[in-house]
Design a protein around this ligand. Structure first.
Ligand SMILES: Nc1ncnc2c1ncn2[C@@H]1O[C@H](COP(=O)(O)OP(=O)(O)O)[C@@H](O)[C@H]1O
Ligand SMILES: CC(=O)N[C@@H](CCC(=O)OP(=O)(O)O)C(=O)O
Length: 266
């Protein structure tokens, strides 16, 4: 079957009117679809209000015990259940899940090397059978950034990595497209100029733009995840503005398409 994995970032979730507009588009999105969400901005804000200061390294959150409790409440509770309720109101039969539900995503606590990320999970296994069953039953999974180690420990996992892993696991048996929706029009040459979209990025262009620091911070893990997905059989990866999601689905020019192949110069 054809499956679309759609990831929505914290910058959109944080603005109720932007989230509502996005969910209305998601409801109209054709075919089988899975929504993956983060919510890092809200988690940071909640943490700060409780005296737990956010600490990020390379776009990943250092997650101590208090932070794990906060992200579990925010991602698996507040954000996930609100999105499910809003989608149900839009007549989408959404079902909200963490990686622990139905053993959907098993991860392991990231080994301590130069940095101790704490309770951060690296994905090991995705229960694609469960996703197949849910999709075949007409349900639309809404999956958040909390995973588990199957030994009783919840872990915090970057939502871009979750989207990419779900896409690559499902791509073994299905035609899978991956859409990263965020608050900018795409990958930009000049971050402050929304019309400076780079329509197509391959690995050569990526390496060059990274070297020149045109691409930095949160965009690096997003693009690493995008290339990893293409390498493992995902058909199409798109990065762009949440409001252009339906244009992207129709193949209309909007945002950035990620292309795997390097161009042969000779
Ligand atoms: N060349 C670029 N074009 C667009 N955004 C960029 C670029 N380089 C870095 N970024 C940054 O990456 C961010 C998106 O990554 P992230 O915050 O992880 O997204 P999300 O909203 O999905 O969580 C943008 O908000 C922007 O600040
Ligand atoms: C380990 C790790 O970094 N987890 C992320 C999960 C949420 C996320 O990815 O949210 P966005 O998509 O809104 O950035 C975090 O806690 O920020």
């Amino acid at each position: 079957m054809k499956i679309s994995i759609i990831k929505i970032g914290g910058n959109v979730i944080d603005f109720p009117e932007k989230l509502d507009a996005f969910l209305a588009l998601f409801a109209k999105f054709p075919g089988h679809k899975i929504l993956v969400h983060g919510g890092g901005i809200l988690a940071s804000r909640f943490g700060e209000s409780m005296g737990v200061m956010p600490e990020m390294v390379d776009g990943r959150r250092i997650t101590d015990k208090d932070t794990l409790d906060i992200v579990t409440m925010v991602y698996a509770g507040l954000i996930n259940k609100n999105i499910v309720a809003k989608l149900q109101a839009l007549k989408v039969d959404a079902i909200g899940m963490t990686g622990a539900d139905g053993n959907l995503i098993r991860s392991i606590k990231r080994p301590v090397k130069s940095i101790d990320y704490g309770f951060v999970g690296d994905i090991q296994e995705v229960n694609t059978k469960l996703l197949d069953t849910l999709l075949a039953a007409g349900l639309q999974p809404v999956i958040n950034a909390i995973t588990h180690d199957k030994k009783g420990q919840l872990l915090n996992t970057n939502a871009d990595s979750i989207a990419s892993s779900l896409a690559t696991s499902l791509a073994k048996d299905h035609h899978v497209n991956l859409y990263f929706c965020f608050n900018k029009s795409g990958v930009l040459i000049d971050e402050k100029n929304e019309s400076s979209i780079i329509p197509l990025i391959n690995e050569d262009i990526y390496a060059e733009l990274k070297k020149e620091s045109v691409i930095h911070s949160g965009m690096i893990p997003k693009l690493d995840n995008a290339f990893a997905a293409l390498e493992k059989g995902v058909q199409h990866v798109w990065i762009g503005k949440a409001e252009n999601l339906l244009l992207a689905a129709k193949g209309k020019l909007s945002g950035t398409t990620i292309e795997r192949h390097r161009y042969d110069l000779y």
